[in-house]
Design a protein around this ligand. Structure first.
Ligand SMILES: C[S@@+](CC[C@H](N)C(=O)[O-])C[C@H]1O[C@@H](n2cnc3c(N)ncnc32)[C@H](O)[C@@H]1O
Length: 243
């Protein structure tokens, strides 16, 4: 996969060079580049923003540097990819959107700043995504969150693809509680079912605890999910246990 970002603050993307994503970049499984669109300004002060027509608070990003930075991305890689604008007015980011973005070979993010964008910048865009119902100072952190969650769906990047399989949201449920050694930590014991090697019982316990956690913390997820008859029975048990 190739990922481009247009941003005024390329240094903010230093975390992308760490850990799993950093290794994927080093191995060449992920081609990642940040373009500073201030480098493309045509005015002598390198301004990228200007006052809104009609008045109002704050400054808007002007179209010219972003249009020309996008043209340079297109020239470099043959296409501009699926272009995502970071914007509080976009569709809300979640697990499904990350899965969908992972199907593209090339993604280009535009990270905004100041009061927002000149409306004509949206002509370059295929998708608008919001991190949530709050306002960030800029699109960089949002772009990093989206990139991180998206590339986890690429087997060549996560390494062991199986480790994404049981993750929260993967099957519409939150992940079950997990334990590692020691089996007894200062008197706090791991549930016995997990240590007895009975795989069918372990699977049932995990399903039940996934359902319990989802029921207690995110009941909205259960409303969206078609439950199997086993899941319905387990949920009935949980409801009476939690009463
Ligand atoms: C200060 S915000 C501008 C907010 C804008 N005036 C509004 O009310 O929608 C500057 C930039 O941060 C990014 N941003 C802020 N909040 C965001 C969110 N919830 N999701 C995605 N990007 C966000 C966008 O790129 C936005 O253009």
């Amino acid at each position: 996969m190739r990922i481009d970002v247009l941003s005024l603050f390329p240094d903010m993307f230093a975390p992308m060079r760490q850990s799993i994503i950093g290794k994927a970049i080093d191995k060449g499984s992920l081609d990642f580049e940040v373009t500073d669109f201030r480098d493309f300004t045509e005015n002598k002060h390198n301004n990228v923003d200007d006052y809104p027509f009609g008045g109002g608070a704050g400054m808007l990003l002007t179209p010219q540097p972003i249009f020309d930075a996008m043209a340079s991305v297109e020239k470099k890689s043959g296409n501009k990819g699926h272009v995502v604008l970071l914007d509080p007015a976009g569709r809300k980011f979640n697990h499904e959107v990350a899965q969908e973005l992972a199907t593209y070979e090339h993604l280009t993010f535009i990270a905004g700043h100041y009061e927002g964008y000149d409306e004509r910048i949206r002509e370059l865009v295929d998708d608008e995504i919001s991190l949530g119902d709050y306002v960030l100072t800029g699109g960089e952190l949002g772009a990093m969150v989206i990139i991180d969650a998206t590339v986890r769906f690429l087997p060549e990047i996560l390494g062991n693809a199986a480790s994404a399989e049981g993750d929260s949201f993967e099957d519409g449920l939150l992940e079950f509680p997990q334990y590692t050694r020691p089996a007894d930590f200062r008197g706090r014991k791991v549930p016995e079912v997990l240590t007895n090697g009975n795989h069918a019982k372990i699977a049932e316990w995990r399903l039940k605890e996934s359902l319990r956690r989802t029921y207690l913390r995110r009941p909205d997820l259960l409303e969206k999910r078609q439950l199997t008859s086993q899941e319905r029975d387990l949920l009935d048990d949980i409801k009476s246990e939690e009463r």
